[in-house]
Design a protein around this ligand. Structure first.
Ligand code: FEO
Ligand code: CA
Ligand code: CA
Length: 659
């Protein structure tokens, strides 16, 4: 595509994960790397689970728990847990197109601008309008959720895909963009707001191929521009949630920066508001009471140019508007007229994901990362049990419960600390639970939570109950702590948590680092992998993860500028967690140049894998590439079409489960 792309695009991309230290307790619990390693070694002796032996001990524990409970309480999925991956591994490398394991097929299913309704206009890059974008698939897809529907005659599958659209990117999406956000017109800003939010898309599989059903009654666009939402739970209606447009503090237009998410057992879709600070601009009045709150959340950054054209995103006009973002949002995809709900009981921070699992007593436990360097790991435990038979009885389930924050300790123990106003440490600091939830980072800091290396997806394995935490990187860590044991953590790591009694509602558990990412053959990376990992099997910067129906873990990466150090593109890797192979990676899919991989999601039978390809074409071009003038116009490679973020579906050529 012959579009203008200047160096700012690359500068922005380097910062798109929030690398600003806003946590004054960033170094809490920090020690030297050697101290931490020493503590970890002694802890491993203590729990008799060295790296190689860990799998045996771990799987025994999970095996006991799942055998005991399977069938009684529906907490764990039925069927055997599979160990190992049969696919043909691909190689690290660089390519403009995507590359999939050769025994599988990858197809672009839906891309930015594709019409979602019978009468929606076709995409026209040079003549984008607000109206057309609101009827088309949005930009920069991230999370993908799968909700099975009954197939029609002649079909093998039918489902709703619930897709997040994380952030706009005028350098690649606005025709002939001159490079300055100040140049964006009001219409261009509104188009970008219409390209954000979510898409609900009905899809079906016929003769082995997946297609979008444009005539579906479920297809829906939820946008940052016009979709009415309500705030529910303890912070709803709080005076700090009120604005000129909404004196009630209970109604808000739109959702922004929706990163990862989750599907609930009752079929709703959780979508996470992550870097909401990027969308606000302007200045607070001197001495404004929200000053400390906004500084803690790194508001405003004005990376999208919205404040110049939309007074709602200008702090000088609406100083409390940012308090209405940074929440977990619940959407009922089966009811296109339903009003999305921002669930304030789950805290306000840079929500990455909302993967969840049932506790022993069938309460819902939602694991959540706060994606900024030195921020925390959370889980929400509902007050009431999930009613699996009558989904409508769960409609307010996420408004009542306990939000916990994690403290990692020596000897491989983790403690979940309740963020509750009744705690004497918190009571004096906040006037109500609602206010505590608005400023939840500060509350977590007061309790001494462990500052982490950018927690991304946190994914419970529905077969074993074990929980996997993606920590993407922290280039500003100068002192290690027990759970983040590398300074200048460029490549990230993955922690496994086994909750006590294998019950997700437990307030304590065990933890262990499964892999320390990076190249194991480069000693400067200080990486840790199972030695069976091939030269292509290691990866860097784990962001999203999925567990397939047979209980195997898959990791999607987002290296951003670390790609230049690792020498590889992003992609999807399988990661063994059980047996002798624990800690072995295997490369399955390479993303097109410039893209990160997000939203891996399996169909219920494991035979289809959906992934979102975000920001293809966004990379530092070589001099040679600049001379050629173009950028990576994936997936169409047409001179009149820009790169298009897209959802890809992967199936196995011979049929059967992927991988
Ligand atoms: Fe939007 Fe944390 O990645
Ligand atoms: Ca992410
Ligand atoms: Ca990401």
């Amino acid at each position: 595509m012959k579009n203008t792309i200047d160096s700012r695009a690359n500068d922005l991309r380097e910062d798109i994960g929030d690398d600003t230290i806003t946590n004054p307790s960033a170094t809490a619990g920090s020690r030297s790397f050697e101290d931490v390693l020493g503590a970890n070694l002694s802890r491993r002796r203590f729990v008799a689970s060295s790296f190689v032996l860990a799998s045996g001990a771990g799987s025994l524990l999970a095996g006991c728990a799942s055998t005991d409970t399977k069938g009684d309480d529906q907490r764990f999925a039925e069927g055997p847990t599979k160990v190992g991956f049969d696919f043909q591994e691909i190689e690290h490398g660089f390519s403009y197109n995507h590359v999939c394991a050769p025994d599988h097929t990858a197809k672009v299913l839906v891309k930015w601008g594709d019409p979602l309704f019978e009468d929606a206009p076709e995409f026209d890059f040079l003549n984008q309008t607000v109206e057309s974008q609101m009827q088309q698939f949005g930009y920069n897809c991230d999370y993908v959720g799968f909700l099975a529907l009954t197939p029609k005659d002649g079909e093998s599958d039918r489902a709703l895909l619930c897709v997040n659209h994380e952030y706009p990117y005028p350098w690649l999406s606005v025709p002939n963009f001159a490079g300055s956000l100040d140049d964006l017109t009001k219409e261009q800003v509104q188009i970008s707001q219409a390209s954000m939010g979510n898409s609900i898309v009905e899809v079906y599989r016929q003769d082995g191929e997946w297609y979008v059903d444009r005539g579906s009654k479920y297809n829906r666009r939820i946008t940052a521009l016009e979709t009415k939402m309500v705030l529910t739970g303890p912070a709803a209606g709080h005076p700090r949630m009120q604005t000129n447009a909404d004196p009630s503090g209970r109604e808000v237009i739109g959702t922004i920066n929706n990163c990862a998410g989750g599907m609930t057992p009752w079929g709703t879709y959780l979508t996470c508001e992550e870097n909401f600070n990027y969308h606000f601009g302007g200045k607070l009045a001197e001495g404004h009471p929200e000053t400390a709150n906004h500084e803690r959340c790194n508001v405003p950054q004005n990376y999208m140019g919205w404040a110049q054209q939309d007074p709602r995103f200008d702090l000088s006009n609406e100083p409390q508007e940012p308090n209405r973002f940074g929440w977990m949002v619940e959407i009922d995809p089966k009811d296109p007229t339903s009003t999305p709900k921002k669930r304030t009981a789950m805290g306000r921070f840079k929500h990455e994901g909302g993967e969840n699992i049932l506790a022993a007593d069938r309460r819902l436990v939602v694991y959540m990362g706060d994606d900024q360097i030195f921020e925390y790991l959370y889980k929400f435990v509902s007050r009431d049990a999930v009613d699996l038979k009558r989904p409508e009885n769960n409609s307010d389930l996420l408004d009542h419960g306990t939000l916990y924050v994690a403290k990692f300790m020596d000897e491989g123990r983790i403690q979940w600390m309740p963020l509750d106003i009744s705690d004497p440490l918190l009571k004096g600091e906040f006037e109500s639970q609602g206010e505590l939830l608005i400023d939840v980072r500060r509350a977590a800091q007061i309790l001494g939570a462990t500052p982490m290396d950018r927690p991304e997806d946190v994914v419970p394995n529905h077969k074993t109950g074990k929980v996997y935490v993606m920590l993407i990187n922290n280039r500003k860590r100068t002192e290690a702590n027990v759970a983040n044991d590398r300074v200048n953590n460029v490549f990230g790591h993955i922690i496994e948590i086994v909750e006590d009694d294998n019950d997700a509602a437990s307030t304590e558990g065990n933890w262990e680092v499964v892999v320390r990412c990076g190249n194991p053959n480069d000693p400067t990376h200080k990486a840790k992998w199972n030695p069976a990992t091939t030269e292509n099997g290691w990866f860097a910067s784990p962001d999203n993860a999925a567990v397939d129906p047979s209980g195997r873990l898959w990791i999607a990466t987002d290296q951003s500028s670390s790609s230049k150090i690792s020498g590889t593109l992003d992609g999807l890797w399988a990661l063994e967690t059980e047996g002798e192979g624990r800690g072995t990676g295997k490369m399955f899919y390479r993303a097109p140049k410039g893209a990160e991989l997000t939203g891996p999601c399996f169909s219920d039978d494991g035979e289809s894998l959906f992934m979102a390809i975000q920001h293809p074409g966004d990379y530092d071009r070589s001099e040679e590439e600049k001379a050629q003038g173009g950028i990576n116009d994936w997936p169409e490679f047409k001179v009149d079409q820009p790169p298009k973020p897209s959802v890809v579906v992967v199936t196995k050529k011979a049929g059967g489960p992927v991988g």
